[in-house]
Design a protein. Structure first.
Lengths: 154, 632
């Protein structure tokens, strides 16, 4: 069941468009903001609200990489995986993160602290290599800097 | 009352944050994403604190501006005082901010070592530039190569105004182009002006903007839409982010102009959710513009109505393709569809739609105000005007620049970009992201325009320019690009879905030492099929990085395929590190730096690398002071 707040927030998105289904991606993000991820049940609820089939909503949910269809950690690490970061040493960072956290791309640590996700390009190539932890962007990364930054996210 | 008169009233009441007409000292601090990642917010707090402690609040104003383009020197602090040349402090830490307030602002003694030009300029620039709409940096900074060689049209206000203040935008001629259009020009006049300016789409394809407007104008429909494509996804490109963060009103003004010209009353800005700061500033700008009557119904009393909605992307590269973008706005999977019909005929919800990129739109107001002839006088025969490039990779001055079309790669990379760091050599410049190509040194002196880049096997693209030094392996780079496009392929059409996959498999074989001579032919055939048969631009251009590197760096492919050797030592399966027993003194530095603990050895005795565990990261090779680690 969508909460009243979720329902209201989604309805506020719908009014921007001539058709309700145009707000489907926003609706999924609303649910995700409140719950951290989008469950099967949430997909069905959003579908009912927007007069779509659950399959259609599922198609949208799986199309966009920012919609999480499984539970994620408390903090999301988006490590930029684009060419400008890669030639500036992103691979070393990835190896370091994988060893340090014991997870690869798309995985969550056992203590549910971090989820590691590749980002196509964070659009901050001037600071390469970069990552975003939750809403904070960090540039000119080194393994040592990485260690220090992750400490700030309990 | 005319729209222009209504605007004049707004301008008269405006109280801009950044202004020349003040006897106060103005401190300009960049607060774009690049600056914030560099710690600008902490510096800003320390700065404001120090100003208060020094009791300078009444004499000094702190202004928050966008990025001036020198991103690698952020955080920047520019001091502007009446009668003195401006001073730009670079890489300012909170501690430095405190010292600057004490020594420079209070003591009147600038600190040359911390200045971008080391205090080279001591005189105030002469008059004559103040009224300039474009090139605002030239007045004060034309003694620095980085600024002197630029020509700023689209980026004209970025870094010069407070992006969250409508009054700032009004004070630099903002919305004057819109008012002029509403008062003096018919839609066909506007279209004629943009057509004769020669402006071409800056998103990548280079389609003439005026023609696109004309097609939408002529299309039959009870309702039309105007879309700004701000789904900047090309790896290496960040000019749209910087424009939206530093001068959001420009895009709103240009969209209203375009809406007037094509007959649309509703606009959408499709912007990446990865750009939270740009989204926030757009929201602020939209609200301010609506409040001031510059958007919404009856704009400036002219009778013309136009409003804009923001639409956030959710992480799909292909949505930058225009038909995919529209599908995404409609609430469908963001997949492309065949064209024709083009969006101008059947676009959003089947209605005629005009889609322009951020940089294209940002060039529109100056074209309207200074005239099509002025704009067409900049650039080359076929590529008019200016282009913004995002400099990244192995280049000294990473950042954002805008230059006239027709400058050479050498000017961009060496004169403006400051060359290759660490004394390394230039190997290639990659333009156009995953749709583009890699150009070797022999193209450094080719004038850049749409045609010359295409002939060279690259494309203009959206303006990402990634510089690669001679330690990069071009085969590895091509494989990396293909990994990206294969990953981002939406899967709708077979040539792209399967073609990129098969090409990637071949590239993986080559970089692991299992390439065959026949692979050249395989790659060429697959590449051609993908280019010809894929549904959208993503697939049609996906083979470019591979094909252009085969064309320009054939010897590197030969080394991988024929000799199972990676000349740049980047392809891990072709590299092997070992310790030269005779040279090793047993200092243990490599052992301590090895991330996988695969190096063993007693102190002061030769060490050994366990090849089964080694991940070939090269750390040992980098740290050894005795040249005892051999790379083969």
């Amino acid at each position: 069941m969508l909460s009243d707040t979720e329902r209201q927030e989604i309805e506020r998105e719908i009014v921007h468009y001539p058709r309700a289904r145009a707000a489907v991606a926003e609706a999924l993000m609303v649910v995700q903001r409140h719950r951290g991820w989008v469950s099967d049940e949430a997909v069905r609820d959003v579908a009912a609200l927007l007069e779509m089939t659950p399959d259609e909503v599922e198609g949208i949910a799986t199309f966009y990489s920012m919609v999480f269809r499984q539970p994620v950690g408390r903090h999301i690490i988006h490590l930029c995986d684009s060419v400008s970061c890669w030639i500036m040493g992103q691979e070393t960072l990835l190896e370091h993160l994988q060893r340090k956290l014991g997870i690869g791309f798309g995985e969550t640590t056992a203590d549910r602290r971090f989820t590691l996700i590749p980002a196509g390009c964070l659009g901050a190539c001037d600071l390469a290599p970069v990552m975003r932890v939750d809403d904070d962007l960090y540039g000119h990364l080194t393994p040592a800097k990485l260690d220090e930054i992750l400490e700030r996210y309990p | 009352m005319t729209a222009q008169a209504s605007l004049e009233r707004l301008v008269a009441g405006a109280q801009p944050v950044v202004r020349d007409s003040t006897d106060k000292t103005q401190l300009l601090v960049g607060i774009a994403t690049c600056a914030l990642a560099g710690g600008a917010d902490k510096m800003l707090a320390a700065l404001e604190d120090a100003i208060e402690k020094a009791g300078l609040q009444d004499k000094v104003e702190v202004c928050k501006v966008g990025c001036v383009g020198r991103c690698s020197l952020e955080p920047l602090l520019e001091i502007r005082q009446p009668g003195k040349p401006p001073r730009m402090y670079v890489k300012v830490t909170p501690e430095m901010a405190e010292v600057i307030v004490r020594r420079d602002l209070t003591g009147g003694e600038p600190i040359p070592d911390w200045l971008i030009d080391k205090g080279e300029r001591t005189e105030v620039a002469g008059p004559g530039h103040e009224a300039d709409l474009v090139n605002k940096f030239t007045r004060d900074w034309d003694h620095l190569d980085f600024f002197r060689r630029q020509f700023r049209v689209a980026l004209r206000n970025v870094g010069r105004i407070d992006p969250e203040s409508l009054d700032d935008y009004l004070s630099v001629g903002g919305y004057r182009a819109l008012a002029k259009v509403l008062d003096e020009m018919s839609p066909t006049d506007v279209i004629a002006c943009v057509k004769s300016s020669g402006l071409r789409g800056r998103g990548g394809a280079g389609f003439p903007t005026g023609l696109k407007w004309e097609f939408t104008y002529k299309a039959q429909g009870d309702e039309k839409f105007m879309i700004c494509n701000a789904d900047e996804g090309d790896p290496g490109a960040f000019m749209d982010r910087s424009t939206l963060e530093g001068d959001p009103h420009t895009v709103l003004e240009a969209m209203a102009i375009a809406g007037y010209a094509v007959g649309a009353t509703q606009g959408y800005i499709y912007v990446r959710a990865e750009y939270p700061l740009a989204v926030k500033r757009l929201e602020i700008a939209l609200e301010a513009a609506r409040q001031a009557g510059l958007l919404g119904s009856n704009i400036l009393g002219s009778g013309f109505s136009f409003d804009i909605e923001l639409r956030l992307g959710a992480g799909a590269f292909v949505c930058g393709e225009e038909t995919a973008l529209m599908a995404s706005i409609e609430g469908k999977r963001g997949m492309p569809r065949p064209r024709p019909p083009f969006p101008a005929q059947r676009g959003l919800w089947g209605k005629p739609t005009c889609i322009n990129n951020v940089e294209t739109l940002a060039s529109i107001p100056p074209i309207i105000l200074q005239g099509a002839e002025w704009y067409a006088s900049i650039g080359t025969e076929t590529s008019k005007g200016t282009k913004v490039f995002a400099l990244a990779g192995n280049v000294e001055n990473t950042g954002l620049i805008e230059v006239p079309m027709g400058v050479t790669l050498r000017e961009i990379i060496f004169d403006i970009g400051g060359g290759i760091p660490d004394g390394k050599g230039f190997k290639a410049a990659q333009t156009g992201g995953p749709s583009g190509g890699c150009l070797p040194a022999q193209y450094l002196d080719t004038p850049i325009d749409y045609e010359s880049l295409r002939e060279a096997g690259a494309i203009m693209g959206s303006g990402g320019l990634i510089v690669m030094d001679d330690t990069n392996c071009m085969v590895d780079i091509a494989k990396f690009f293909l990994t990206f496009t294969q990953d981002e392929s939406c899967g709708k059409c077979t040539p792209c879905r399967e073609g990129t996959k098969r090409m990637l498999e071949v590239m993986e074989r080559i970089t692991s030492g299992h390439g065959e001579e026949r692979d050249y032919e395989r790659l060429a055939r697959l590449g051609k099929a993908c280019q010809r048969a894929a549904l959208c631009g993503l697939g049609q251009t996906a083979p470019n990085p591979v094909l252009s590197t085969i064309r320009h760096f054939r010897d590197e492919y030969d080394a991988h395929i024929l000799e199972q050797r990676c000349p740049a030592h980047k392809c891990k399966e072709l590299v092997r590190y070992q310790i030269i027993t005779e040279a090793c003194v047993g200092c243990g530095l490599c052992r301590r730096n090895c991330p996988v603990h695969c190096i063993s050895g007693e102190p002061r005795k030769p060490h050994l690398i366990d090849q089964d565990i080694c991940i070939r990261c090269g750390q040992c090779y980098e740290v050894c002071r005795f040249n005892a680690v051999e790379r083969a």
